[in-house]
Structures are given as structure tokens and as C-alpha cells.
Design a protein around this ligand. Structure first.
Ligand code: NAD
Ligand code: DAU
Length: 334
């Protein structure tokens, strides 16, 4: 299979490429990535001689059309992915997440190429802390941020292209990923690298917000399951029953670093901050037989801490610019 992976130099995409190269010798991988601030060529160093890398923009239709014409399938990870950035400047989110997806859809339609669309649980908005229901494939869309609104828009384009033009597409909406190669702007790597630097972790607002954590390798294994066994036109929610509130995540990290339980700061909350995400992944488990392999969040976190300790040269250059951006909008509130 000739597989085009967009956004393969980003966090989830790079882990997907590693997993694919390690486990599927019959798959030829081409990565298309614009190498924005979030993309890192070094993340693909371990597989550099086993893949083709194309530096380019998913919204560049001529380039995308040529690459798609030479592919059997496309997995579309490329996106602007950080909520805080979307609040500061939504423009690249609309361009990449909406126009980039449109460009890919036109190409897969023209060449009748199988397409898998990577999306997020954030398209469903948020839940109350005590809501007994979790997100399912039939939960109405209700995005809160410019990031999630552009992801929701791209999902709707995919559904329309599948229905109206017969594009052979599947979609997945996953919860929060953690693991190696995640940019230090994101919650878990930010706190780990703060702790390595002897800086106090920073919790937005009350710290009571809940995220449904899944290891990136479990997400990517689910993507392969859907590519191989998913029904065309169908959406699958990916989640590993990993709900934890932010304060507990920071508490566990402080423990792993041997620091006091109250050695963190509360800082200004994110505007429009979603309270809770929670995924019901019954369809994926019962219809396609996927189950997560990482069942112990604490040991997954411990391994992630080890990775950031061992790979400082990968993240050091990002850290200063990420913290400079945070310093401009963030103040300690307690
Ligand atoms: P990331 O920000 O780490 O990586 C995004 C990658 O896309 C980078 O390599 C970047 O260079 C590339 N890119 C950005 N704009 C591009 C463009 N115009 N053309 C080509 N490449 C471009 O993101 P991530 O966390 O790995 O997320 C990957 C996908 O998974 C996104 O679609 C995101 O919405 C989705 N997702 C992420 C999570 C999560 O927890 N991180 C959870 C669910 C879904
Ligand atoms: O749910 C899936 C989504 O998860 C993906 O679609 C997004 O691409 C991904 O970035 C992630 O979005 P979140 O906004 O949930 O992730 P983030 O890492 O930015 O924040 C996780 C939680 O931690 C959130 O409640 C905000 C909080 N937070 C974040 C940072 C950076 C803090 O308390 N302190 C911080 O310093």
C-alpha cells in the first residue's frame, strides 16, 4: 500500500509513521508536512531512510493532487492543533484545517483514493462534571473554540464528500493524547519540561477541568483498525476510559519528580475553557474489535517523563518560544 500521511512531522503523525514502519513492511509511507512551528523533522529521524518526506502545504492543491494521484490511501493528521493559539489568531486554523481538508477531499475525489480523517472529541463541546452521558457518534456538534470549530467544519466537509460524491472516507474523533514527541506548548509536556527546569507547573483556572487521556500508540492502532475494517462513511470515537482532572495530572507529575503536592501555580483561565471531555468508544470496540493497550495512566506518564528527560535536545529549542507566548497572556492567580 502507498500511504500518504499528512502532518507526519507532528506529534501524533510522527508516532503513527514510527508504528507503521515498525509493524507494516508492506506499506510505503510518504509524509506531507509544512513544518510549521509544531512540525519537527527530527521526530522522523529514526525512520528517515524508510519513508519519503515532502515539505509542503496541504492547502496547495497542485501538490496535493500529484501526491494523492500516486497513493492508495491518505491519513490526514495535518492541522493547527492548539486551542490557545486559535484564540490568539484563528487565521491559520481556518486556512489549514478547513481549506487544507477541502484540498485533500477534492484530490481523493478526483483519484478515487481511500481517505481517513483524523479529528477530535472537541467538536462535541463539553460536558458537566456529573453528566452521566459521554460523547457518542450521535452527539450533536457544539464546538467552543476557533480550533474546534475549524475541526468540526472539516468533519462536515468529509461527511458531505462521502455522501454526495461517494468519497471512500472514514472519520475518527479522539480524546487527548499523551506520549513522546508532543510539542511543549501542550499541557503534559509543558508541565514535565517545567519540572525538569525546576519551574512550578501551571494550572488554568480551578484545575478541575477533565480530559480523557489516551496513549498516542493506542490512538494510532485504532486508526489502523478503522483504515482496515471501518465502514465507509462512518465515524468512530476513539477513547480509552482515561478521565482525569488537570489537578490530579499535575499531582501525579509532582509525585514522579519528588516534589511537594502543592508546588504548582494557578494561572489565568483559558477563555471559553471546555470543562470536561469523555468518550464512549463502544462502536469501535464492539464493531471493529479495538482495545487500548495502555491501561495504567501513571506508568504511561512515567514513561513519558523518561522520554522528555532523555530527549532534551528534541524539545529545548521549542521551550523558550512556547513560554514566551504564554508569559504574554498568563498571570499567577493563586
Ligand atoms: P501537532 O500540532 O503536533 O502536529 C501538526 C502537524 O501538522 C505538524 O507537523 C505541522 O507542521 C503540520 N501542519 C500544520 N499545518 C500544515 C499545513 N498547512 N500543511 C501541511 N502540514 C501542516 O498536532 P497533533 O497533536 O499531532 O494532532 C494531529 C491531528 O490529530 C490533528 O488533526 C488534531 O486535530 C488531531 N487530534 C489531536 C489530539 C491531541 O490530543 N493532540 C487529539 C485528537 C485529535
Ligand atoms: O481533546 C482532544 C484535544 O486535546 C485535541 O483536539 C487538541 O489538538 C489537543 O491540543 C488537546 O486539546 P486541549 O485543549 O484539551 O489540550 P491542552 O494540552 O492545551 O490542555 C489540556 C488541559 O490542560 C486543558 O484543560 C487546559 C489545561 N492546561 C493547559 C496548559 C497548556 C493547563 O491547566 N495548564 C497549561 O499550561
Amino acid at each position: 500500500m502507498r500511504l500518504l500521511v499528512t502532518g507526519g512531522a507532528g506529534f501524533i503523525g510522527a508516532n503513527f509513521v514510527h508504528q507503521t514502519v515498525a509493524e507494516r513492511s508492506d506499506v510505503q509511507v510518504t509524509v506531507l508536512d509544512a513544518l510549521t512551528y509544531a512540525g519537527n523533522r527530527q521526530s522522523l529521524d529514526p525512520v528517515a531512510d524508510r519513508i519519503e518526506f515532502v515539505h509542503g502545504d496541504v492547502a496547495d492543491f497542485a501538490l496535493v493532487d500529484r501526491l494523492v494521484a500516486g497513493s492508495d490511501a491518505v491519513v490526514h493528521f495535518a492541522a493547527e492543533s492548539h486551542n490557545d493559539n486559535s484564540l490568539a489568531d484563528p487565521t491559520p486554523f481556518v486556512q489549514t484545517n478547513v481549506m487544507g481538508t477541502f484540498s485533500l477531499l477534492q484530490a481523493v475525489r478526483a483519484h478515487d483514493v481511500r481517505y481517513h480523517h483524523i479529528s477530535t472529541d472537541e467538536v462535541y463541546g463539553d460536558l458537566e462534571l456529573d453528566d452521566p452521558e459521554r460523547f457518542t457518534e450521535s452527539t450533536p456538534y457544539n464546538p467552543s473554540s476557533p480550533y474546534s470549530a475549524t475541526k468540526a467544519s472539516s468533519d462536515l466537509l468529509v461527511r458531505a464528500w462521502a455522501r454526495s460524491f461517494g468519497v471512500r472516507a472514514t472519520l475518527s474523533n479522539c480524546s487527548n493524547n499523551y506520549g513522546p514527541y508532543q510539542h511543549v506548548e501542550k499541557f503534559i509536556p509543558r508541565q514535565i519540561t517545567n519540572l525538569i527546569d525546576g519551574v512550578r507547573p501551571r494550572l488554568y483556572g480551578s484545575g478541575k477541568n477533565v480530559r480523557d487521556w489516551i496513549h498516542v500508540d493506542d490512538h494510532n492502532a485504532a486508526v489502523w483498525t478503522i483504515l482496515e475494517k471501518g465502514s465507509l462513511g462512518q465515524t468512530y470515537l476513539i477513547g480509552a476510559d482515561g478521565e482525569v482532572d488537570n489537578r490530579t495530572v499535575v499531582g501525579t507529575l509532582l509525585e514522579l519528580f519528588g516534589r511537594d503536592a502543592d508546588d504548582f501555580d494557578f494561572v489565568t483561565d483559558r477563555p471559553g475553557h471546555d470543562l470536561r471531555y469523555a468518550i464512549d468508544s463502544t462502536r469501535l470496540r464492539t464493531e471493529l474489535g479495538w482495545t487500548p493497550q495502555y491501561k495504567d495512566f501513571r506508568s504511561g506518564l512515567e514513561a513519558t517523563v523518561r522520554w522528555y528527560r532523555d530527549n532534551e535536545s528534541w524539545w529545548r529549542a521549542q521551550k523558550e518560544s512556547a513560554e514566551k507566548a504564554y508569559a504574554a497572556s498568563e498571570s499567577v492567580i493563586g
